[in-house]
Structures are given as structure tokens and as C-alpha cells.
Unconditional design. Sequence first.
Length: 91
Amino acid sequence: MTTDSFLDGNAAAGVLREVFAVDVTSAHGQCVACGNTAPMAESRLFGDAPGLVLRCAGCDAVLLRLVSGGGRHWLDVRGLTYLEFTDESAP
């Protein structure tokens, strides 16, 4: 019998803070809908709404939604297969 060992999500706080402290526009993302991979800076921003909506430049599918209000933020990245960040501090 094996027992999986795990920590709660608080243990990821340091690493997550490092990741989300980067310029996300330079990260490469892959669109779930069409498979296009490109820097997030090449996506199309629709900001004429209660939040931000980034759409794929290849197929116009929604990649990311961000809504902020009352000191809180909601981030939806269901339109991305992944986001790849470059660690600028790595040798």
C-alpha cells in the first residue's frame, strides 16, 4: 500500500509569485481552439468591457479573461493549453 505525500496549495505561494511577477505579454501561449502558438503580445485585446479579453490572432477564440474589482481579480485561462515563461535570471 502506498501513501501519496502532498502539501496544501500554500506551499506553492513562492513559486507562483515568481511566475506571475513576469511580463505575461512576453510569454508564449497555445490556443486550445486552433493550436496556434505565439507570444501573448500578438493576441488581440478587447478592453471595452468590464474586464480584459485576449483573443487568438489566428482564430479569434478567447484565450484569457481578466476581471478586477473591489480589490479582487478573476483570471480565466481556459482558452490556453499552456503559457510558457522564460526565466530571465537563468544563466
